[in-house]
Design a binder for this molecule. Structure first.
Ligand SMILES: [Mg+2]
Length: 235
C-alpha cells in the first residue's frame, strides 16, 4: 500500500507537476503483476486523478483519504462524503472570496477540498492562516479540518481516514495470506501506520516529526530501492 505524493514522486510546487516517470511506472506495473503481490495506491487526491497519474490497470486505488475506493473492479464511495459534496461547493466559493493570495491553490477533489499554501512566503503565513480560519468558521461544526504538509484539508465530519480504509482493505475476504506493507510520508499516513500496528509493516518516508511507523526510508529513491528489494529479494 503506497501513498503517492512524497512517496512515489517528490513533492512539487503544484500537484499537477507530480508525475511518475515511465521507468517508475513500468517498475510499479511489474511489481503489481508479480504472483503473490497486490498493489494499492492510497492517496489524498481524488480517485480519478490518482488513477490517471499512476496509470496502471487492475490495481487497488484509494482516493480522497479513503472516501473513495476502487478494488476488484468495484467502486465504493463513503455515503457521508456524497452528502458533503454539496456543502463543499459553498465552502469553496467562500474560500475563493475570502483568500486573495495568488500563491494559494485550492484543489477541489469533489468529496474533499485541499488548500495548498506551499508557495506562500513564510512571513505571509500568519495572515493567511487567520484569513483561512475566518473563511471556514461558519462551517466549522459541519466539516473536519486536518493539516498536512503545507496543506489544509477539509473533509466530511465522520470518523474515516486512510487508516480506516487500510483496515477495510486488509479485512476483506481472501486477504489473510498477504502481509500488509504501507509506505507514506505525511501526517495523514500516520492513521494507516496505526492501523497496521501488529498486523504489518509501516514505513515513513523522510526525516522529522514523530511517527508511528516502524522504520523510515530516507526519500523517494529509497522507496523504490526498498520495493525492488521486496520484488527481487536484494537491495
Ligand atoms: Mg504523501
Amino acid at each position: 500500500m503506497l501513498d503517492y505524493d512524497g512517496t512515489l514522486t517528490p513533492i512539487r510546487k503544484h500537484p499537477k507537476l507530480a508525475v511518475l516517470s515511465p521507468k517508475r511506472r513500468y517498475f510499479l506495473r511489474q511489481l503489481a503483476g508479480r504472483p503473490g503481490n497486490k498493489l494499492a495506491i492510497i492517496s489524498g487526491r481524488k480517485l480519478s486523478d490518482i488513477k490517471r497519474l499512476v496509470g496502471i490497470k487492475n490495481i487497488i486505488y484509494v482516493g480522497n483519504h479513503g472516501f473513495e475506493i476502487e478494488a476488484g473492479g468495484k467502486y465504493w464511495i463513503h455515503p457521508a462524503a456524497k452528502r458533503f459534496s454539496l456543502l463543499l461547493k459553498k465552502i469553496k466559493r467562500a474560500l475563493k472570496n475570502g483568500l486573495s493570495y495568488r500563491q494559494i491553490f485550492i484543489e477541489d477533489k469533489g468529496l474533499t477540498l485541499s488548500v495548498h499554501y506551499r508557495c506562500l512566503a513564510g512571513k505571509r503565513l500568519p495572515a493567511f492562516k487567520k484569513a483561512f480560519f475566518r473563511a471556514v468558521k461558519p462551517w466549522q461544526d459541519r466539516l473536519m479540518l486536518t493539516h498536512g504538509k503545507k496543506v489544509f484539508e477539509l473533509r466530511p465530519p465522520v470518523d474515516w481516514d486512510k487508516g480506516k480504509a487500510v483496515n477495510w482493505l486488509i479485512g476483506r475476504p481472501g486477504q489473510k495470506d498477504y502481509f500488509p506493507v504501507y509506505i507514506g510520508d505525511d501526517r495523514t499516513d500516520e492513521d494507516a501506520f496505526r492501523a497496521l500496528k501488529g498486523k504489518g509493516l509501516a514505513l515513513k518516508v523522510g526525516p522529522g516529526g514523530k511517527t508511528l511507523a516502524a522504520k523510515r526510508l530516507r526519500d523517494v529513491a529509497a522507496v523504490y530501492r526498498f520495493l525492488l528489494y521486496l520484488s527481487v529479494g536484494r537491495c
